[in-house]
Design a protein around this ligand. Sequence first.
Ligand code: FE2
Length: 427
Amino acid sequence: MLIRNATLPDGRTGVDLLVRDGRIAAVGEQLFAHQSPPTDVEIVDAEGWLLSPPFVDAHFHLDAALSYGLPRVNASGTLLEGIALWGELKPLLTQEALVERALQYCDWAVAKGLLAIRSHVDICDERLLAVRALLEVKRQVAPYLDLQLVAFPQDGLLRAPGAMANLKRALDLGVEVVGGIPHFERTSEQGAESVRLLCELAAERGLPVDMHCDESDDPLSRHIETLAFQTRRLGLEGRVTGSHLTSMHSMDNYYVSKLIPLIREAGVQVVANPLINITLQGRHDSYPKRRGMTRVPELMAAGVNVAFGHDCVMDPWYSLGSADMLEVAQMGLHVAQMTSQAQMQACFDAVTVNAARVMGLVDYGLTPGCHADFLLLQARSAVEAIRLRPPRLQVIRRGRRLASTPPVIATLGLAGRPAQVDWTLRR
Ligand code: FE2
């Protein structure tokens, strides 16, 4: 396959990209200006549209996805009622229904150009039903989507009976990342203890860590500090991710001025989940209501790798969503007020390259030698893609077309005006 005349997220235009054997063989501006292009390949005229590496979701819950309304909806809209509701649903789950819903979500994801997902999977269930279901889904989607699983003790590692044993069993079955939820343990001390135990387990087994951490508006929820400390103590730098970190929104500025350098020093990566935390947080406030997302621009400015995750789609915590990481980026941009050109660009990175780094994806990107995984979007730039959330004209993985969507063009019936409009800005 040869893509001709594309625009890249870094702003380069007139770019050609040649695929050979599922990898990017060459990429550059007008590659074939002085020689004729190969004749044994499919040629795709990108017509100047945006060619991007695939979207990556570094934080999701595939076991709960598309279960909205089962067995009822979350009336208060809080995290805690969501956890209780999920607890009501768990005994009613079947492996068949879990697999079915997860596969449907993966279809949505592929159609939207989302080709890698890190999903937490609840291990607080003696049967490990969700673990077995998602391992089956991982096997089935492997030809077209990278699914990475995190062993997640939803009801608390120390709070839920048997959680540590179940978590180890899940890892034995092939779950590849150690999860946690220290702010949901019974006390702050137990939260800190859970962080220590889980990091030690990860060190022992040579696994990465990705913990739900401080997903609350309580400025005194400081488990991220312990997570950064344990990361350094155990030499886990670069392998640990703190997800949510919403309490940082409410923390004292002086304390944060000490905390962010500690996170950076420990090489802890961060995932913010804007769609979910703008709806879940601030529920105990009257007015003003806090936004409750972690301090994304400040973390980025300090050199911390920050990604945006979707977290939930149609589940006990969130009633909307469509596997569109551009919706996630757009919400992140608004909540964090990241409105400069560089910051909007950074929001696009947060759902592509930064998220790929969190997942540790190998050979991801648009440089020679990388996997031939990319999208063609009906937009002229990364910022325009966030603005329009446009059709994914082509979704390609390993040089193979997985999905395509026709461009959106409206036909106008206005006298004296152009007959067609597509919302992109041509200069
Ligand atoms: Fe989550």
